[in-house]
Ligand binder design. Structure first.
Ligand SMILES: [Zn+2]
Length: 363
């Protein structure tokens, strides 16, 4: 799940392009981006890691009953973005990064890694064929307890319930939420974003209990839904055999720093064991669920190291200075569906200027 991104797609289409988008279009029109990227590379060497969730054509957003914020790109946008990555950067995998660090061999000059979080089945049906067609690879971070379950994630189900429930009020005592249910879908999506932001401040077990209780109270128990499914192990094995990488996103997608120490270690160890058993290849990289600064800490890092993970990604916007110093705090650049290709180009080149600002929960 994402830390909150700044937009709800069905609203973005109606908005005037924002400052970043207009500036990106200007930079692209006058052709300064390649020069800025080159200058930057002279000053410092960085590793870029792109972060995607879903690649999907939703068609009519009003008919889509899940979280539009989870959609990072349409299939056409994704293809165009991968073609740009191939042209201007050196796409690599984590295995090359780790091999270079172990051997001291240099990485190519403009290293970039493509990653996906959460393991939605559009990763297999939509993104994977495009990557394979372009001869590219990506890392797929999956929550092992969801793979093969056919069930949506709890956070997705919460947004789905808000989109579809007939109840008139939203009451969540743990968060002092007590308000009328918005009449419009856009209003309910905005409420979903707000509720998710605050819900993720609670401990992981309470979060799950709140979502389950709302499902009971609203008569909407979690169920399979064609618009929101995880991948299967067979699909992941096929992707692995075709050169994609697979990594851990925990078991239940619980926020690791918000579990008890024992549950946190179990979540990390069990996901490693399950991935090794199901994928049958070395598993070396973890992506912290939710991924904001409050989602991991030194105890989580130590548990990841002890479980055998060589590296871990967060969901904090930024580049990674090379030689990599913080192997267990690799930052990423989140790709959002409102980004056209100029904005995407500008964001990968100068994320400090063009990346979406992230809302951060107080630690
Ligand atoms: Zn996630």
């Amino acid at each position: 799940m994402t830390t909150e991104t700044a937009n709800g797609s069905d609203q973005v289409a109606l908005q005037r392009p924002g400052k970043r988008q207009r500036l990106a279009a200007f930079c692209s029109a006058v052709g300064v981006l390649p020069g800025l990227t080159t200058l930057r590379r002279v000053l410092r060497k960085d590793l870029r890691i792109l972060a995607y969730h879903r690649v999907l054509d939703v068609g009519n957003p009003d008919a889509f009953a899940f979280d539009l914020n989870e959609i990072s790109a349409s299939p056409d946008q994704f293809r165009e973005q991968m073609l740009l990555v191939k042209r201007y950067y050196d796409p690599i995998g984590f295995h090359q990064l780790i091999a270079a660090l172990d051997s001291g061999r240099p990485l190519p000059p403009k290293p970039l890694i493509v990653t996906f979080d959460d393991g939605y089945d559009d990763n297999y049906h939509v993104a994977f064929p495009i990557l394979r067609e372009l001869g590219m690879s990506a890392m797929f971070f999956v929550s092992t307890g969801h793979i093969d379950s056919g069930m949506p994630y709890a956070y997705d189900w919460l947004v789905h319930m808000l989109c579809r429930t007939q109840v008139e009020r939203l009451q969540v005592d743990e968060l002092a939420f007590d308000q009328a249910m918005p009449a419009t879908l856009a209003g309910r999506r905005a409420l979903g974003k707000e509720l998710l932001f605050h819900l993720k401040a609670l401990d992981a077990i309470t979060q799950a209990a709140v979502i389950a209780r709302l499902g009971e109270a609203w008569g909407m128990r979690p169920d399979r839904h064609a618009q929101c499914r995880p991948m299967t192990w067979d699909q992941l094995r096929e992707m692995r055999a075709a050169g994609m990488e697979v990594g851990s996103h925990g078991v239940h997608h619980h926020i690791l720093a918000k579990l008890s120490p024992a549950d946190m270690v179990t979540e990390i160890d069990q996901s490693m064991r399950t991935l090794q058993r199901e994928i049958g290849a070395p598993i070396e990289v973890l992506s912290y669920p939710v991924g904001g600064p409050d989602s991991y800490n030194p105890q989580v890092i130590e548990a990841a190291r002890r479980a055998g993970f060589r590296m871990a990604c967060n969901y904090v916007t930024g580049l990674n200075r090379l030689p990599a110093t913080s192997h267990y705090g690799l930052q990423r650049l989140s790709v959002e569906s409102d980004m056209d290709i100029d904005w995407f180009a500008a964001m990968t080149s100068l994320p400090e200027v063009f990346a979406h600002p992230k809302r951060v929960r107080a630690g």
